[in-house]
Design a protein around this ligand. Structure first.
Ligand code: SF4
Ligand code: FES
Length: 235
């Protein structure tokens, strides 16, 4: 089949304004949008710029707006997105070139919620690792699945309004550590999340949950954070 690919283009070194370019190419219904981008770059226009690494839904580097919906290009199949495909960069982050956006504000928000395990207490006297029951582990299992693709945060209207809003991906990471029974910085993180950039600015739009390629129930996780802030309870 022939696929028409309309791609957002912007090269700040030569363009005053962004524009779209259209490419036609042979494709199979099982091709992924990432395959089509590679074909355009390899055979039609080597100047096209986009990010990708693993090509298997693991690294999170190729989240793009595909027909208006945030998705990983390596997981979006032609048979699902159709033969007329518009590919644009994520919203709410500055475009560096073509489909590549500046991820710095996204990662600054991520770092703000202390995205690492904190426990200053000595290890148990028997020298064993810090133990946790299967139930305690299950409490935060969902939010360990994040690959930091930014599809959620850049589909959120609150983030479009201000890139200092921590955003869903940062909340998912905060949730992963706050509900980990071995971690000791839950109250510090909850205090951070109570700031003006925090969870109070989530208006439960659900765009984040719809966009997540890992099917993380993000809105539910944010609700659990809000509840923990109000009640002080983590169970
Ligand atoms: Fe991507 Fe989902 Fe993680 Fe958001 S929560 S960054 S959409 S994997
Ligand atoms: Fe790694 Fe798509 S290229 S997730």
């Amino acid at each position: 089949m022939i696929v028409t690919l309309k791609i957002f283009r912007f090269n700040p070194e030569v363009d005053k304004k962004w524009h779209y370019e259209t490419y036609k190419l042979e494709a199979l219904e099982t091709d992924r949008v990432l395959d089509l981008l590679e074909k355009v770059k390899g055979y039609q226009d080597g100047t096209l710029s986009f990010r990708r690494s693993c090509a298997h839904g693991v690294c999170g580097s190729d989240a793009l707006r595909i027909n208006g919906r945030n998705q990983l290009a390596c997981k979006a199949l032609v048979r699902d997105v159709g033969t007329t495909i518009t590919v644009e960069p994520l919203l709410g982050l500055k475009v560096i070139k073509d489909l590549i956006v500046d991820m710095e504000p996204f990662f600054a928000n991520y770092k703000a919620v202390l995205p690492y395990f904190v426990n200053e207490s000595p290890l148990p006297a028997d020298g064993k690792e810090r133990q946790q029951s299967p139930e305690q582990r299950a409490r935060f299992d969902e939010t360990t699945k994040c690959i930091l693709c930014a599809a959620c945060t850049t589909s959120c209207p609150s983030f479009w309004g201000s890139d200092t809003y921590f955003g869903p991906a940062a909340f998912v990471t905060a949730h992963r550590f706050i509900f980990d029974s071995r971690d000791e910085a839950a109250s510090e993180r909850l205090h951070i999340l109570s700031e003006t950039s925090g969870v109070a600015r989530c208006h439960t739009v659900y765009n984040c949950t719809m966009a997540c390629p890992r099917e993380i129930q993000i809105t539910k996780a944010i609700g659990e954070l809000k509840l923990a802030m109000v009640t002080g309870k983590l169970d």
